[in-house]
Design a protein. Structure first.
Length: 250
């Protein structure tokens, strides 16, 4: 089953993994138009957590009554924060898969290597939530990243997308980026500006932000990000809720 098939927008984005290597493209959908047009929707998504910044993010989301989606990892550096996954789910947010190691050179060596990494992630998360709820995935670097071809060949991402769908799972990228994990280390004002620029022409926004110990400025920017989307008339939802709305609740 293809995800986000209404209208695809390809935009440029930089995210950094093992080294300062830019990934090139990503996709998300716009809402349909006409009498049955969907409301303007925004999904705030946080990659790479949980971390020392998860609790501050959750506090803001609770105060603002805004749901979000967390694409989580299980790296050595965030083992002590993994119990927060339970808190994320209990507070009504969506927990989704990102990677265990997040090391491109390791996970993109082959499709088998990638799925071994996801297996390790699921095992690490199993004490904190039902694995049946973990059916959404975001590929590190996005589904069209070119870094993976350096390790697993030019067709690895196409194979991984197909295999994800064969499992009955879903994958999603983004179409709005705060660029909060780039080497430039933008401040809160710049993160908000990046989001405003990317979101300007979209009625459905999937916003990429990060939840790591290095993204204090993301926490600082979050209230302003929420305020701006509210002023622009967007409804906040998780990724799963968004796709359910787009499919008519099916």
């Amino acid at each position: 089953m293809a995800i986000l098939a209404v209208l695809i927008h390809l935009l440029y984005h930089r995210e950094f993994a093992d080294a300062a290597i830019p990934n090139d493209c990503f996709a998300a959908t716009a809402a349909s138009t006409g009498e049955n047009a969907l409301p303007k929707m925004v999904c705030l998504t946080f990659d790479d957590g949980p971390s020392t910044n998860t609790q501050p993010i959750l506090k803001i989301l609770a105060e603002e009554k805004v749901p979000a989606t967390f694409f989580v990892c299980a790296q050595d550096i965030n083992q002590e924060y993994l119990p927060l996954v339970r808190t994320i789910a209990q507070q009504g947010h969506q927990v989704a898969m990102h990677s265990a190691s997040h090391r491109y050179a390791k996970i993109y060596q082959s499709t088998d290597a990638f799925w071994q990494d996801i297996k390790a992630l699921r095992q690490a998360l199993e004490p904190y939530l039902s694995l049946e709820d973990l059916t959404w995935l975001r590929f590190p670097g996005g589904s069209t990243n070119t870094v993976s071809s350096k390790y697993g060949g030019s067709g690895i991402m196409q194979s991984l997308k197909a295999q994800t769908e064969e499992k009955g799972w879903h994958w999603i990228d983004w179409n709005v980026c705060g660029e909060d994990a780039t080497a430039s280390h933008p401040n809160a004002e710049k993160i908000l500006h990046n989001i405003q620029e990317d979101a300007a022409e979209h009625t459905t926004c999937v916003v990429l932000l990060h939840d790591t110990k290095a993204t204090d400025q993301t926490v600082e920017a979050l209230p302003s990000i929420i305020d701006w989307f509210r002023q622009e008339g967007y409804t906040f939802c998780t990724v799963e809720q968004m796709v359910q709305l787009q499919s008519g609740g099916e």
